[in-house]
Ligand binder design. Structure first.
Ligand code: F6R
Length: 592
């Protein structure tokens, strides 16, 4: 949902800003722009489209400014045109603002500004911020920003520079992510860590209600009333290599292949006890998990493990449905939010609403220091490294590893369960050896208009996740369904044109799955099955058969997921689509 970056220091800002924006492009990619302080003037350049359009437009320009801000946009208010691209300025072009989030009362402010004779030049909610800062400016940028912030409601993070105060950037966080990067003789602001990773690993994540006053010499943090705040510097455990493609055609493919490591590293966190919670889950009456998208699917699998091994009831609720629902809560309940980014607005606001009721919260996130991490009572982490491809892959597997470990940890069979899972990274590696065969199958079905994904028990969420992956990157309609529910309606969809991906490892529902596959075959559907190696019966029933190594039934989602990711990847890539940055999506969804 938009990415912002700011740089002020000893070097020319434009390459640093553009490089940072490229690493933030996963957050939004419908337009991009930069504002630079060139002498005592603001230089602004923005372009609709991908960041390469912006880079082209700056080619050969002798830009020397050492302070600047940049933005990649995922449109919320106003179409993705050049006028609506950020940065936005006040009428005199003295203040430039880049913004992530939504100013909910912008129409009211816009009306007021117009009544005062100010002409706005875009349809965005952002532009009002620049005009407000200009209006309140009396010689101090920080003071003007604090005054402007009093007028804003919504969830937002923004950065502002002014031709009146070269070298200074003021950044504000309220609801959307913003971190400060600490360098030597240079400092940064960014929506996310990869943007500034080539320059520094020292960061200060801002909390909601905080403002950073950034100059090359230092950074001061204040609350919205202007009181100084002392914050600790965190050292990021990632390196730049993990945020680059490393020879793979797409980040998504690289990240699919990083799953053995993501799972292995996450499991290690539990085995070394680093990820162990300071509470006993078994003392709670019920665990509620809130999450979105892929994280929600991981939660559905986690529910089965926790209910089976720990024997406490688990409810899984879409975060976007939870906050405005009526789930009764008591102090005996505990609520977990799962979010790879740790910034998803729906999940974050759901957890905040829970805390207001005095109920304890747990974060399961991939980004240490993210909002959900900081705001929860307890945190556990996946160790997947940065995930840049918009479609979540390795973070999903890492979430599974964390949820399995959590269940194992509180189970009577702790040692045995940890022992079993220790072979999973190797099994994932083995499953990835089937990629070439999956590529061939993908090519055969890439022209299909619809896909169905079926599974039962632990592999029903795998079917949901497989369908989501295909939809989001190939734009082919796909539905995941519990195989047993087919006969209650959706079976009517099946004909000879419908590829049906059936996830059928040898588990407690294997025989039932075989019957469901027969039902598909009877309606001439094309069965693409995912099952254990050497399963002749399944192979016989299938139009296409994809083998994964056999594992104990509780571990099956770790391996059955991989073919579904690869099918989506190969189809999208063969259709010539932008696998890493699919249309209309953004990696971190910071709006409700
Ligand atoms: C799908 C995908 C999204 C995210 C969802 C939640 O591939 O990436 O569905 O899973 O937006 O994101 P997080 O986990 O960051 O809260």
């Amino acid at each position: 949902m938009c990415g912002i970056i700011g740089y002020t220091g000893k070097d020319i800002a434009v390459p640093i800003l553009l490089g940072g924006l490229e690493r933030l492009e996963y957050r939004g990619y419908d337009s991009a722009g930069v504002a630079l302080l060139e002498g005592d003037k603001l230089f602004i350049k923005k372009r609709a489209g991908k960041i390469r359009e912006l880079v082209r437009s700056l080619w050969g320009k002798p830009l020397k400014g050492k302070t600047g801000i940049g933005h990649v946009r995922w449109a919320t208010h106003g179409e993705p045109t050049e006028d609506n691209a950020h940065p936005h300025t006040d009428s005199k072009g003295e203040f430039a603002v880049v913004h992530n989030g939504i100013i909910e009362n912008y129409l009211e402010i816009r009306k007021e500004l117009e009544e005062e004779g100010i002409k706005l030049s875009s349809d965005t909610d952002t532009e009002v911020i620049a005009h407000l800062i200009s209006k309140f400016y009396k010689g101090d940028l920080l003071e003007a920003v604090l005054e402007a912030v009093k007028r804003l409601s919504g969830a937002f993070a923004f950065a502002v520079i002014s031709s009146k105060e070269p070298g200074r950037i003021v950044g504000v966080k309220e609801g959307s992510p913003l971190i400060v990067g600490i360098g030597e003789g240079e400092n940064f602001l960014a929506s996310d860590i990869p943007a500034i990773l080539p320059y520094t690993k020292k960061i200060i994540p801002l909390n909601d209600g905080e403002v950073a006053d950034v100059s090359p010499e230092g950074v001061n943090i204040y609350d919205f009333s202007g009181n100084p705040i002392t914050k600790e510097i965190m050292i990021v455990p990632w390196d730049l290599i993990s945020a680059e493609k490393g020879g793979f055609k797409h980040f998504m493919l690289k990240e699919i292949y990083e799953q053995p490591k993501a799972v292995g590293d996450t499991l290690k966190g539990f085995v070394s006890k680093e990820s162990v919670l300071p509470i006993d889950l078994r003392e709670f009456r019920r665990l509620i998990i809130v999450a979105c998208g892929t994280s929600y699917h991981a939660a559905l699998i986690g529910k089965v493990w926790i209910e089976r091994f720990v024997n406490i009831p688990v409810e899984v609720i879409y975060a976007s449905e939870f906050k405005y629902g009526h789930t009764p809560l008591s102090p005996d309940d505990i609520v977990m939010g799962i979010s790879q980014s740790g910034e998803t607005a729906d999940t974050k606001f759901s957890l905040q609403s829970v805390k207001e009721k005095g109920v304890k919260t747990i974060a399961l996130v991939n980004v240490v220091g993210s909002s959900i991490d900081r705001e929860s009572d307890f945190s556990i982490y996946t160790h997947a490294g940065p995930e840049i491809g918009v479609a979540a892959t390795k973070t999903f597997s890492a979430q599974l590893a964390a949820l399995y470990s959590l269940a194992a940890f509180y189970s009577m069979e702790r040692e045995a369960l940890f022992k079993k899972v220790s072979s999973v990274p190797m099994k994932i590696e083995k499953a990835l050896e089937g990629a070439e065969h999956i590529e061939v199958i993908s090519e055969k079905y890439m022209k299909a208009k619809d896909f169905l994904y079926l599974g039962r028990y632990l592999n029903y969420p795998v079917a949901l996740e497989g369908a989501l992956k295909l939809k989001e990157i190939s734009y082919i309609h796909a539905e995941g369904y519990p195989a047993g529910e087919m006969k209650h309606g959706p079976i009517a969809l099946i004909d000879e044109n419908m590829p049906v991906v059936c996830v059928a490892p040898k588990d407690r529902v294997y025989e039932k799955m075989l019957s469901n596959i027969e039902e598909v075959r009877a309606r001439k559907g094309k069965v693409i099955s995912i099952g254990f190696e050497g399963d002749g019966t399944l192979k016989e029933l299938s139009t296409e058969f994809i083998e994964v190594p056999s594992v104990e039934e509780e571990l099956t989602p770790f391996t059955t997921t991989l073919p579904t990711q690869l099918i989506a990847y190969f189809i999208a890539s063969k259709l010539g689509l932008d696998v890493d940055q699919p249309r209309n999506l953004a990696k971190t969804v910071t709006v409700e």
